[in-house]
Design a protein around this ligand. Structure first.
Ligand SMILES: Nc1nc2c(ncn2[C@@H]2O[C@H](COP(=O)(O)OP(=O)(O)OP(=O)(O)O)[C@@H](O)[C@H]2O)c(=O)[nH]1
Ligand SMILES: [Mg+2]
Length: 195
């Protein structure tokens, strides 16, 4: 009987292509944090569609992270999800707020600020919920939202209904290297979003 050698192909993430792509993604994220998109637009994958069409659900299915689902917590600002490959044992999520637009008087930040991190997948939804509240209340210090419970999030009023500033979540230990942006749904009418 003839035996054939068995070749095991490496996952593309372990190849030099994977290394290069990871480095490029890191550079792109750093450039975005510097506000480069005020000067020119970088290529990106963006999820758009009507409100409640299932954009965030699609993103959940790809990234494996859960976005907030309680009533009234639809996506209200751009949500940039940066997936970086790595060992599952080193899984880690880091959330930051990128304030590129001044939307209210007395806005605390006009740059990128660290918000929180976790090594527990189940903590991601509340972390994102708090981060979105900080974006929607830009006249308050983000640290005042960092330890809110779900019930406290429910009771928090919003200075803005929607914002053009971004919640950025970087997941290390993901299965693929990709960055995409979830957007609020297209709706028929709302209060004016500041320019
Ligand atoms: N039946 C069904 N329900 C879905 C599907 N995808 C999402 N949903 C439900 O539709 C609701 C809205 O889903 P989201 O993923 O939050 O929709 P979205 O487009 O991100 O909504 P906005 O951020 O408010 O624009 C949730 O209750 C989901 O569970 C689907 O394929 N089938
Ligand atoms: Mg959504």
């Amino acid at each position: 009987m003839t035996t054939f050698p068995v070749f095991t192909l490496p996952s593309w993430a372990e190849t030099s292509y994977g290394d290069t792509r990871r480095r490029h993604n890191e550079i792109v994220r750093a450039l975005r944090d510097c506000g480069i998109e005020k000067v020119f637009r970088l290529p990106k994958i963006v999820v758009i569609g009507n409100q409640s069409a299932g954009k965030s659900s699609l993103l959940e299915a790809i990234s494996g992270i859960k976005v907030p689902r309680a009533s009234g917590t639809c996506t209200r600002c751009p949500m940039e999800v940066v997936l970086v490959t790595g060992p599952e044992s080193e899984w880690h999520a880091k959330v930051s707020l990128r304030f590129e637009h001044v939307e209210v008087e007395g806005q605390k930040h006009t740059n990128s600020v660290d918000f929180g991190q976790t090594r527990t997948v189940d903590e991601v939804p509340i972390l994102l919920r708090r981060a979105q509240l900080a974006i929607l209340n830009p006249d308050q210090d983000p640290s005042s939202f960092q330890s809110l419970s779900d019930a406290e999030c429910d009771d928090t009023s919003l200075k803005l209904m929607f914002s053009r500033n971004t919640v950025v979540i970087q997941i290390k230990g993901a299965e693929t290297d990709i960055t995409f942006i979830d957007l609020p749904g297209i709706i028929a009418g709302t209060a004016k979003v500041p320019n």
